[in-house]
Ligand binder design. Structure first.
Ligand SMILES: Cc1cc2nc3c(=O)[nH]c(=O)nc-3n(C[C@H](O)[C@H](O)[C@H](O)COP(=O)(O)O)c2cc1C
Length: 169
């Protein structure tokens, strides 16, 4: 029986969803059965042997749907293989990436029972025209240029490494 994997994602503007779709497509190339759902709509992890959770980071915190997902499914997640990716820096400044990795570590430390088999930060997408309240009132954010530094090759390479881990647990 192929392992069954849930890819769940928490997004506000859709860029994390698109990365989750790429991760799911790559996992499907192997021997895995994959479902793709928003973290918010998942009621049960029954039937899945592994979970990939993708989340945007907003204001140094995991998207609230990701935090709720981890809290709600704690018991089931502690018995399954879990991989996590988070988005994401706007530019390729190494210091910013280190900062975001540290943010992710700090956020995941709030779930000490969680021991991901893989954890990654991906570059994100930013569009000042799509800022919503209250962020559309922050002059610094409004002045930032639009950017999209999502790296699809890096995403697929990460997903392949996760697939290898999940195919031979
Ligand atoms: C108001 C705002 C705050 C953000 N805060 C962070 C942050 O603290 N850390 C980070 O890595 N990215 C941060 N980001 C970047 C988002 O995570 C990135 O744009 C991501 O691609 C958004 O995902 P989504 O399109 O799925 O919502 C922020 C973006 C916005 C608009």
């Amino acid at each position: 029986m192929p392992a069954s994997v849930l890819v769940a994602y928490a997004t506000r503007h859709g860029s994390t969803q698109e990365v989750a779709e790429a991760v799911a497509a790559t996992l499907r190339e192997g021997r895995l059965e994959v479902d793709l759902r928003t973290a918010r709509e998942v009621r049960s992890l029954e039937g899945y042997s592994a979970v990939v959770l993708g989340t945007a980071i907003y204001m140094f915190r995991l998207h609230k749907d990701a935090r709720r997902f981890l809290t709600r499914h704690r018991e089931a997640l502690s018995k399954r293989l879990v991989a996590i990716f988070a988005m994401g820096p706007f530019n390729n400044d190494e210091k910013e990436w280190q900062g975001v990795r540290a943010q992710l570590d700090k956020e995941l430390a709030m779930f000490p029972w969680l021991t991901p088999v893989a954890q990654e930060v991906f570059g994100g997408k930013f569009d000042p025209a799509k800022l919503r309240f209250p962020y559309n009132l922050v002059p610094y954010l409004k002045r930032l240029p639009a950017s999209d530094i999502r790296d699809w090759n890096a995403t697929r390479a990460w997903a392949r490494s996760v697939a290898e881990r999940l195919e031979s647990p």
